[in-house]
Design a protein around this ligand. Structure first.
Ligand SMILES: C[S@@+](CC[C@H](N)C(=O)[O-])C[C@H]1O[C@@H](n2cnc3c(N)ncnc32)[C@H](O)[C@@H]1O
Length: 236
């Protein structure tokens, strides 16, 4: 019989190392940047909701010449973000996003939230995250959610596999994600959520969904399946 897998969540340092060991920008983030560059009214203030170690928050600020705020409930993530990526126009705050953002309601042109929805534990927490994004945005502002593509569960990509091949999952089912890191495979406890569930949650928070589409893996990965899902919504 096989031993039980060593299941743990990556620390902020490990998570950042994992991103930097991979072509992280090609993991859906560059598409977000392209979309933001195409906006009719350029953004001035961007919120990165669930910013993790802050590498994308800083990239957004540098590439788009905007002010960027990253918020995350994890002190560990924000400590790493502050150590590596804080700058004049880039700030990070640790704590419950809805509490931190209450005084900043309506102040952001854009909210990005990358690989956060897939880690949330309950059906309601997706709507709550979307409500938090909605409240932070000005009217006419956009939210962009990037996540792993739920339709590719079980597919072995070059650097990751969500779930087990051959198993089918219902929304809320526990699912193990296996990430290949420089130190070997890392297994992370996740839950399965569908793209339709993400869309419903964002709509029930009060957003108008403009687009929902999938993206292929990075160019160095020839797996014939789409690895990422993107949802773009507007606060009317
Ligand atoms: C997989 S990491 C993604 C980090 C970052 N967005 C990125 O793309 O590198 C997921 C992050 O979501 C954060 N998180 C968990 N629950 C959250 C919540 N309710 N609201 C905002 N962020 C949350 C975690 O602390 C973690 O930093």
């Amino acid at each position: 019989m096989n031993a039980a897998p060593d299941v743990r969540l990556p620390s902020a340092d490990d998570y950042l190392a994992m991103m930097m060991a991979n072509d992280w920008l090609a993991m859906g983030y560059s598409t977000i940047v392209e979309r933001l560059e195409q906006l009719a009214r350029p953004a001035a203030r961007i919120l990165d909701l669930g910013c993790g170690p802050g590498i994308f928050t800083r990239y957004l600020a540098d590439t788009l010449a905007v002010h960027a705020l990253g918020v995350d409930p994890s002190d560990d993530m924000i400590a790493v973000a502050n150590r590596h990526f804080a700058a004049d126009r880039v700030h990070f705050l640790a704590g419950q996003p809805d509490e931190i953002l209450r005084p900043l309601a309506g102040q952001f042109d854009i909210v990005v939230s990358c690989f956060v929805l897939m880690h949330l534990p309950e059906t309601d927490s997706h709507r709550q995250l979307a409500e938090c994004a909605l409240s932070a945005l000005r009217h006419g502002g956009h939210a962009i959610f990037l996540d792993m593509n739920p339709a590719s569960v079980g597919v072995q990509f070059a650097s990751v596999r969500n779930g087990e091949p051959g198993l089918s999952y219902a929304p809320g089912d526990p699912m193990v994600t296996t990430v290949l890191t420089p130190d070997g495979p890392l297994q992370v406890h996740d839950l399965y959520w569908s793209a339709a569930h993400y869309r419903k949650s964002v709509e029930s928070a009060g957003f108008s969904v403009l687009e929902q589409f999938t993206l292929p893996p990075p160019p160095n990965d020839n797996t014939p399946a789409d690895q990422f899902t993107v949802l773009i919504a507007e606060k009317k």
